[in-house]
Design a protein around this ligand. Structure first.
Ligand SMILES: Nc1ncnc2c1ncn2[C@@H]1O[C@H](COP(=O)(O)OP(=O)(O)OP(=O)(O)O)[C@@H](O)[C@H]1O
Ligand SMILES: [Mg+2]
Length: 340
């Protein structure tokens, strides 16, 4: 069983969702349902599983249903049909007290506009979740200080949000979410309001934290480069429907349709593709023949392999983590992969 299981979720917005639901189940799409009934399809038969410790990215154009999907996970909205479970527990069956406890203890949320409390300083913002949980002041300040230092904001504890840059505010937002040690982090366009360099820093920071913390992260973005950089897997939504779920390389190498293809067109493929996904595999009997060639590791990205390829001009041997040759990679293969 997966940690988060989303099964056949439909979300229809409008006065009589059930009537439109029948049409949706019968195969009518978003435009048709809007034209016939005036109802908006937010999600159309979406089923997904998310593993514990995974960074799962949801992407799609504006209006494709990303926020609607994430709002189901904290039950800001309930589905018209379908089921959602966390660790085997049906979250749709929770009553209000159980739901409040679930949100407070098991979820952390990071918002696009940071969502900091303007009249609380950095320390009190980061410690907020612990305060709500009833943790004593001394104890929560010790915990908050650790997080503040961890994201490079030591010395800013008594500053207020409007005294910080956007990037600093979002560091506070991220650590506020982490301070209660939630199982799941929900991040809806969390870095989208930041300028490109700061945004890239925040992506690196999140990946660094995640390498230690192994949270289950559901991260929404409309930026494929961001999705490919931080996602273990990526789900792509279109008009409320799931069009593809896959690892970054699968999305780039095997886009499910023209919509996904359009997203991938301008991607920097050298930063996504790895040696192992484009090499020509070799059988064990061929090992000897490849030992004179320069070696690259199976997980190396093409951006890092290119200089080696250019310097040598020959094929390379691809080694697995135990330094066993598992494939060969020619400059021609690299050029073709980068070309798409
Ligand atoms: N509360 C609501 N009432 C009516 N329609 C809604 C509501 N919330 C979302 N929708 C509709 O559901 C669809 C999906 O919206 P959603 O906000 O999930 O898109 P999104 O992918 O997050 O877009 P963006 O990138 O612009 O944030 C849209 O057609 C939207 O108009
Ligand atoms: Mg949205």
């Amino acid at each position: 069983m997966s940690y988060i299981e989303i099964r056949n979720i439909f979300k229809i917005f409008g006065p009589d969702p059930k009537s439109a639901l029948e049409l949706a189940k019968g195969g009518a799409d978003k435009d048709e349902i809007l034209a016939k009934t005036g109802h908006t399809v937010g999600l159309h038969d979406v089923s997904l599983t998310i593993e514990q410790g995974e960074t799962f990215v949801v992407m799609g154009l504006s209006g494709s249903g990303k926020s609607t999907l994430i709002r189901h996970l904290n039950r800001l909205i309930d589905p018209t049909a379908g089921s959602i479970s966390f660790g085997g527990e049906d979250i749709l069956a929770m009553d209000i007290p159980a739901l409040n406890a679930f949100r407070r203890k098991r979820l952390g949320m990071v918002f696009q506009r940071f969502g900091l409390l303007p009249h609380r300083n950095v320390m009190d913002n980061v410690a907020y979740g612990l305060e709500i949980q009833g943790t004593a002041r001394k104890k929560r300040e010790v915990a908050a200080s650790k997080w503040i230092a961890r994201v490079g904001l030591a010395g800013y504890e008594t500053k207020f949000p409007d005294q910080l840059s956007g990037g600093m505010q979002q560091r506070v937002g991220l650590t506020r979410a982490l301070a209660t040690d939630p199982e799941v982090l929900l991040m809806d366009e969390a870095f989208s309001a930041l300028d490109p360099l700061i945004r890239s820093d925040m992506q690196d920071e999140l990946m660094k934290l995640q390498a230690e913390l192994h949270k289950t992260i559901v991260f929404i973005t409309h930026d494929l480069d961001e999705a490919l950089k931080i996602g273990d897997r990526i789900a792509i939504l279109k008009d409320g429907k799931l069009v593809q779920v896959g690892r970054p390389e699968e999305i780039v190498l095997k886009p499910a349709d023209d919509y996904v293809q359009a997203f991938t067109r301008d991607v920097n493929r050298s930063k996504v593709l790895r040696a192992k996904s484009i090499m020509a595999p070799i059988s064990e009997t061929e090992d000897e023949a490849t030992t004179d060639l320069p070696a690259v590791s199976a997980n190396a990205r093409l951006a890092d392999i290119l200089p080696i390829a250019l310097a040598n001009g020959t094929a390379m041997t691809v080694l697995d983590s135990k330094d066993t040759p598992i494939g060969t990679l020619s400059p021609q293969q690299i050029v073709e992969a980068l070309d798409g």
